[in-house]
Design a protein around this ligand. Structure first.
Ligand SMILES: Cc1cc2nc3c(=O)[nH]c(=O)nc-3n(C[C@H](O)[C@H](O)[C@H](O)COP(=O)(O)OP(=O)(O)OC[C@H]3O[C@@H](n4cnc5c(N)ncnc54)[C@H](O)[C@@H]3O)c2cc1C
Length: 423
């Protein structure tokens, strides 16, 4: 099969679509267009090793530069696609994508992988110098630029990225305060058991955590941030917290500009796809953070997943769809978050759990939480416990079970408890 495939978005998913197309023997033209100054790179280290100064730009690259020439993949950076016209349905007319610069790209088939963008803080002072977000390498470099001289860091948002940055800042000896509007940390992703452990663990390492906190405004002087002022209820009401850097990590929203332009079904910008990664226009596939997909383990409903695993697995499906291979992949979601010396590994989706089983010991900072619904294994949060994590991931991968009543005994290895669903 030949023809021209255009991929809009040079990130984790876009890159994987191109790689899979070639792996599957697609011999036509493959072009990836991205709006950043760099070719595709890994984002996870931006809030971890890269921020801590333990990795450099080269180590972030998803592929060495020669890969693109070797694989005849055209990689275009620094171009934002602002308009896309499709050919007439059923005709052989080419589609055409136009960049903000006026440059155009013709294609026969289209993939869009625009990723997501940080949710902005709608508050007085949010545009001051030193109020920063973290999505791109450019954002990470802006953060690093202020990092060494900064003494006080305020993190708005107690989710994964905020807590990873907080941990890196504490390790670097800074005074760190995490401000969270909810009543617990990482509330969207983990149970209160895991949240409470992380709350205590961050405080033991010297980070102050303020829950149920409302921000009144961000305060500055001469255009630069000097701190934040709290409002609302609670002991910290009205308090001023000094800050040289205010790092905002309050979640991301799908980049929906192109979905809107193309009239694709979307919910708040998140492009609705089926299990083949097809959008509401069967000529277009989409993958990654910007996508709302059917539950990957076949449960009811749709989910939007913000993870490398999802971007990669979904991209593989999307690439195959583009070249006529109808293949659904049953992908167990997994995710990790390194917060200083605490490694959190999550497999499965815990939404809707009605029972949890805890193993190991929170005191030794090595434990895991298994989630069940109607006695069926759903997911695990493993803290510094890769062995339990791997066992649960394997069980979920193979559609097997780990009986809840047996799992509570930490002296028994989980892998010995894996049983098939029928057993
Ligand atoms: C700081 C940080 C830490 C993370 N840590 C983890 C982690 O520990 N584990 C984990 O699993 N995941 C982590 N993630 C999430 C993970 O990086 C994302 O889920 C993944 O990158 C999603 O891939 P994607 O291809 O959908 O989007 P992206 O990788 O964001 O790629 C999308 C690209 O498309 C570009 N683009 C958008 N619109 C256009 C347009 N119109 N024209 C041209 N280009 C466009 C964007 O600029 C971007 O370069 C982290 C993310 C961040 C930011």
């Amino acid at each position: 099969m030949d023809g021209r495939i255009l991929i809009i978005g040079a990130g984790q998913a876009g890159m994987q679509i191109a790689v899979t197309l070639r792996d599957e023997g697609f011999a036509g033209e493959v072009t990836i267009v991205g709006d950043e100054a760099y070719g595709p790179y890994q984002r996870p280290p931006l809030s971890k090793a890269y921020l801590a100064g333990n990795s450099d730009v080269e180590s972030l690259e998803l592929r060495a530069e020669h890969f693109y020439t070797d694989q005849a993949i055209e990689m275009v950076t620094g171009e934002t696609i602002v308009d896309v016209r499709l050919g007439e349905p059923g005709s052989s007319d080419a589609g055409i994508a136009t960049a903000a610069s006026g440059r155009t790209f013709e294609f026969d088939r289209l993939a869009i992988t625009p990723g997501s963008t940080p949710r902005r803080l709608p508050i007085e002072g949010a545009d001051l110098g030193g109020v920063l977000y973290l999505r791109s390498l450019a954002d990470a470099d802006a953060l690093k630029k202020r990092w060494t001289a900064a003494e006080n860091l305020v993190v708005i948002g107690g989710g994964f990225i905020g807590l990873e940055v907080a941990a890196a800042a504490r390790t670097a000896g800074k005074t760190v305060t995490v401000i969270e509007v909810a009543d617990r940390l990482m509330a969207r992703a983990v149970s209160s058991t895991t949240s409470e452990f992380y709350h205590g663990a961050h405080e033991r390492r010297g980070t102050r955590v303020v829950l149920e906190a409302q921000l009144a405004r961000i305060v500055g002087d001469a255009g630069q941030v000097t701190g934040v002022e709290l409002a609302g209820a609670g002991a910290a009401k009205g308090e001023f917290i000094p800050a040289d850097i205010v790092m905002v990590g309050i979640g991301v929203i799908a980049r929906g500009e192109l979905a809107d332009k193309l009239g694709l079904d979307n919910i708040n910008g998140a492009i609705v796809v089926n299990e083949y990664a097809e959008t509401s226009d069967p000529r277009i596939v989409a993958a990654g953070d910007a996508v709302l997909l059917p539950h990957p383990l076949g449960h009811d409903g749709q989910v939007r997943l913000e993870s490398v695993q999802n971007a990669v697995d979904q991209a593989k499906v999307a690439a195959k769809t583009l070249i006529g291979i109808r293949e659904v992949h049953r992908a167990v979601p997994w995710f990790w978050s390194d917060q200083g010396d605490l490694k959190l590994q999550i497999a499965g989706l815990s939404t809707g759990f009605d029972q949890i089983v805890e193993r190991g010991s929170q005191e030794s900072e090595k434990f895991s939480v298994l989630y069940y619904r109607d006695g069926r294994l759903l997911a695990i949060d493993a803290v510094n416990d890769p062995i339990d994590y791997i066992a649960v991931r394997r069980a979920l991968d193979t559609g097997a079970e780990i009986p809840a009543e047996l799992a509570a005994d930490s002296s028994v290895a989980l892998k010995t408890l894996i049983t098939s669903r029928e057993a």
